[in-house]
Design a protein around this ligand. Structure first.
Ligand code: HEC
Ligand code: HEC
Length: 307
């Protein structure tokens, strides 16, 4: 509870809380009646409130059990506020914080898992990937940290690569996958303001023709010239991409953003900047080891099964 910018708020909240609780107790006692008030004819007196013609509100004392419950609640809240944080920035006698409780349970989990992790740290990625227990742990880590972008089946989405298809922007060896996860990646496809709409349309048709998609033949030849002049530095003369830059292979029918002429035009006109966030400061090396094995296994274990 150190979030208050000035101690004035802390005092204010403490006062409002305590005055509120004592006011409730005072209210209870000030309104308390112990005796049943009777009318001269012996019937129980009412408050004068009548509903639906004949439904009278009797002026009875509060039930005993209710009074005690009310009082116990007030006392409970006072004890609770003495022990736990709640009164402004007063930390409470027990010094409990949710943050501390989370850290403690995280530390406990780390201690408990240490021997398990140590075993996997000493193994090759291929061996870890072959271990069913490690795959399960890897999958859980993936669902926690990676699925929001890559999808829970790692199948990817527009702008987020599919990690199961054996096609890699940056390369699919265990070492490269680990580097990708640890340090993150930032793909830079620059925009091309120097190209006019016709040149971009030609280039888009050429790019489509590379993977056998329908394309305007007259534009393809012109587009090839545009491509040679502007694109080969990153995508390669054969357009098969460059894993050092994360420039995608444009001949393989696998698309990060999409293959329509409109999408390719948008890619070239505005550029693209996919960001894979670095995990080095978020996940422990042990977790990155398991994730590397899990991701590597997604495409490689499948091939083994298919053989
Ligand atoms: C905020 C979204 C986001 C999160 C979270 C995320 N990624 Fe990524 N990841 C991306 C993007 C975008 C790319 C493509 C980067 C590029 O094209 O430069 C990528 C690329 C990758 C690649 C390289 C793929 C290739 O074809 O070379 C791997 C491997 C990868 N991510 C694994 C993971 C793992 C494991 C996690 C969980 C720890 C994770 N990512 C979490 C967005 C994310
Ligand atoms: C400076 C290097 C560089 C140059 C030059 C470059 N690209 Fe790219 N291109 C990339 C990178 C890196 C990506 C991946 C972007 C990302 O990960 O967000 C990319 C992505 C693309 C895509 C998206 C592919 C998909 O799977 O959706 C297309 C299409 C493309 N480039 C076409 C071109 C064309 C056409 C040119 C020339 C006019 C060109 N690029 C020039 C680096 C480059």
């Amino acid at each position: 509870m150190s979030d208050f910018l000035s101690s004035g708020w802390s005092t204010y909240i403490t006062l409002v809380t305590l005055v509120g609780i004592f006011w409730c107790i005072w209210l209870l006692f000030s309104q308390r009646k112990t005796k049943v008030i009777l009318n001269p004819d012996g019937s129980v007196a009412d408050t004068g409130h009548v509903w639906d013609g004949d439904l009278r509100e009797l002026n009875n004392p509060l039930p005993r059990w209710w009074m005690w419950m009310f009082l116990i609640c007030c006392i409970f809240s006072l004890i609770y506020l003495a022990l736990y944080p709640g009164l402004g920035s007063y930390p409470g006698i027990l010094g409990y914080t949710t943050d501390g409780a989370l850290k403690a349970s995280e530390n406990q989990a780390i201690q408990e898992l240490k021997p398990v992790y140590a075993k996997y740290m000493g193994m090759d990625i291929q061996q870890v990937a072959a271990d069913p227990k490690a795959r399960e742990m890897g999958q859980r880590l993936f669902l926690n940290s990676c699925s929001q972008c890559h999808g829970s089946d790692a199948g990817g989405a527009k702008g987020f690569p599919n990690l199961t298809d054996g096609d890699w922007l940056y390369g699919g060896t265990p070492e490269i996958i680990k580097t990708t996860i640890t340090n993150g990646r930032a793909g830079v496809m620059p925009p091309f303001p120097q190209l006019n709409a016709a040149q971009i349309s030609n280039a888009a048709n050429y790019v489509r023709s590379l993977s056998g998609l329908s394309a305007d033949a007259s534009k393809v030849a012109l587009g090839e010239e545009v491509f040679k002049a502007n694109c080969v530095a990153c995508h390669g003369v054969d357009a098969k991409g460059n894993i050092a830059l994360g420039a995608p292979n444009l001949t393989d029918k696998i698309w990060l953003y999409g293959s329509s002429e409109d999408t390719i035009t948008e890619t070239v006109t505005k550029g693209r900047n996919a960001m894979m966030p670095a995990q080095a400061n978020i996940l422990t090396p042990e977790k990155i080891q398991l994730l590397t094995a899990y991701v590597w296994g997604l495409s490689n274990n499948k091939q083994e099964q298919a053989k």
